[in-house]
Design a protein around this ligand. Structure first.
Ligand SMILES: NC(=O)c1ccc[n+]([C@@H]2O[C@H](COP(=O)([O-])OP(=O)(O)OC[C@H]3O[C@@H](n4cnc5c(N)ncnc54)[C@H](O)[C@@H]3O)[C@@H](O)[C@H]2O)c1
Length: 314
């Protein structure tokens, strides 16, 4: 399967909205050529703007000196974009009835040694590949928004997926400077979105119960454990919380308390009133700032964070 160093020169980016355009900019910065496809008439312009805006940051964050921001083509037909590609990154809308026929069409246009990766946030590779003649090469390659900045990519194959395709996708993402993780069993929402969902469920519960405001629940993460989570995950965090005794001491010392909190966690009914409280809470916290401006500030801060942290976390 193509994916290891030197076997991928051209990537098809099918679906060039928020995620596809960001992926395309990243692939270009790593010296790859991109063939993009999207049915929206505005897509080529959006893609051009995305690449131009992201390029200086991408060059600062490890882009190749000889990378060419203009090395992309645009095709109305996804099969035309796929033709001649060594790797496909699909980023169409999150709907099975859109992605399934699209993947079948891409699959029919490619030799079987080309991996087709879907950016889907939560659909299963087994379902997405149902209409493909070669379901074994379909994998999930789930990025985090914005893919040109966040290193994580979650990789998992479906029931008919081949270990070679997963290994090739892992090698491809690693080779272009991403941090891929392999999920051994497909589960809805993959891994990181499930972790986010678990935390957000409790965050909503705490707001719904009047324990704290939206702003303070947010601060409880961003001014606290969120800072450590940019360096290490929850397991390593608690390994260090155990002092010199590490995880073993932590389990001995604090597990009874943690399990008692687990049994008290909430499962909120997000009714109209709770939804109103969440909308009003974020409006109050952000002072009604434009979300595009907030995203711009977030991305600028992300770059500073990534640069300060360096490539390897603890
Ligand atoms: N937005 C996020 O935070 C995020 C994060 C990770 C993964 N994802 C996943 O990435 C994928 C794309 O999400 P997005 O946020 O970029 O959505 P988006 O709406 O910004 O982009 C989707 C693009 O797909 C195009 N499209 C519509 N029908 C198509 C078709 N038949 N073939 C090809 N393209 C088609 C649309 O014109 C649009 O440009 C989804 O599967 C989503 O779950 C999103």
């Amino acid at each position: 399967m193509r994916g290891t160093a030197g076997t991928v020169g051209r990537v098809a980016v099918v679906g060039a909205g928020t995620i596809g355009a960001s992926w395309a900019a990243y692939f270009l910065s790593r010296g790859l050529r991109v063939a993009a496809s999207d049915p929206s008439p505005g897509a080529p312009d959006l893609l051009k703007r995305m690449i131009e805006n992201a390029w200086p940051i991408l060059m600062r964050l490890g882009g190749k000196a000889d990378a060419d921001p203009t090395a992309w083509t645009f095709h109305a037909d996804p099969a035309a974009a796929a033709e001649g590609a060594d790797f496909v990154q699909e980023n169409a809308p999150e709907r099975l009835e859109v992605k399934q026929p699209l993947l079948a069409r891409i699959d029919a246009a490619l030799p079987p040694d080309v991996v087709i990766a879907s950016s889907t946030s939560g659909l299963l590779a087994s379902r997405l590949s149902e209409s493909c003649a070669h379901p074994e090469r379909v994998v999930i390659g789930h990025p985090f928004n914005p893919p040109h900045l966040i290193p994580l990519v979650e990789v998992v194959g479906g029931a008919k997926g081949s270990p070679e395709a997963v290994a090739a996708a892992m090698a491809f993402y690693r080779g272009i400077g991403k941090h891929p993780i392999e999920i051994r069993k497909e589960v809805p929402g993959h891994l990181a979105n499930r972790l986010q969902a678990a935390l957000w469920r409790e965050a909503v519960h705490l707001v719904a119960e009047g324990v704290a405001s939206v702003a303070d629940v947010d601060a409880a993460i961003s001014e606290g454990p969120g800072l450590r989570w940019a360096l290490m995950g929850p397991h390593t965090t608690f390994h260090l919380a155990g002092g010199e005794g590490g995880m073993e001491h932590f389990l001995h010392h604090l597990l009874p308390a943690v399990t008692s909190w687990w049994s008290d966690l909430g499962n909120p009914a997000v009714d109209a009133e709770v939804q109103r409280a969440l909308v009003a809470g974020v409006a109050e916290k952000t002072g009604g700032a434009d979300t595009r401006e907030l995203a711009r500030r977030r991305d600028a801060a992300l770059v500073r964070l990534l640069e300060a942290r360096g490539p390897s976390a603890l």
